[in-house]
Write a protein that binds this ligand. Structure first.
Ligand SMILES: Nc1ncnc2c1ncn2[C@@H]1O[C@H](COP(=O)(O)OP(=O)(O)OP(=O)(O)O)[C@@H](O)[C@H]1O
Length: 125
């Protein structure tokens, strides 16, 4: 494979990194999700998580942050089309918000199912 191929692949990571930085800087919901992810990872390090539990937690974090990024992409494109009231734009934004909310609620439920028994055990033992 040519050097150009690898240069393009490396550039794709740079663009993704720029996207992630801008997401965290400009979207307050994304910041909340990233803080929640950091809290989950820190608490996970303090309690004894199995490899499978780590995988589930990391998948939840990845899905919520990715959904937030996709939702922000939809919002940015929608705002580029028009900032005037438009029911279809509103519907598209609501769908994006619904996708993030569904995953965030599932992630919270998963977090509670995994962490609550561990935290209770920590205080009992
Ligand atoms: N151009 C529009 N036309 C119709 N409804 C809109 C429009 N823009 C936003 N809305 C409605 O307002 C809601 C919030 O849109 P907004 O773009 O503020 O997204 P948000 O990310 O939730 O806001 P923020 O990032 O400030 O928290 C949308 O889900 C939609 O129902």
């Amino acid at each position: 494979m040519s050097g150009n191929f690898w240069k393009k692949r490396a550039k794709a990571f740079v663009y993704a990194w720029h996207g992630l930085k801008s997401l965290i800087k400009e979207e307050h919901n994304a910041r909340i999700h990233v803080v929640a992810a950091i809290v989950a990872i820190v608490v996970g390090c303090c309690v004894d998580l199995s490899p499978m539990e780590w995988c589930v937690i990391l998948i939840c974090i990845g899905m919520v942050v990715s959904a937030e990024a996709m939702n922000s992409a939809v919002e940015a494109l929608a705002d580029r089309i028009t900032r005037d009231f438009d029911p279809i734009i509103g519907k598209a934004k609501d769908y994006g918000a619904a996708a993030v909310t569904i995953l965030a609620v599932v992630a919270v439920a998963v977090g509670l199912i995994i962490f609550i028994p561990k935290i209770i055990n920590l205080f009992i033992c």
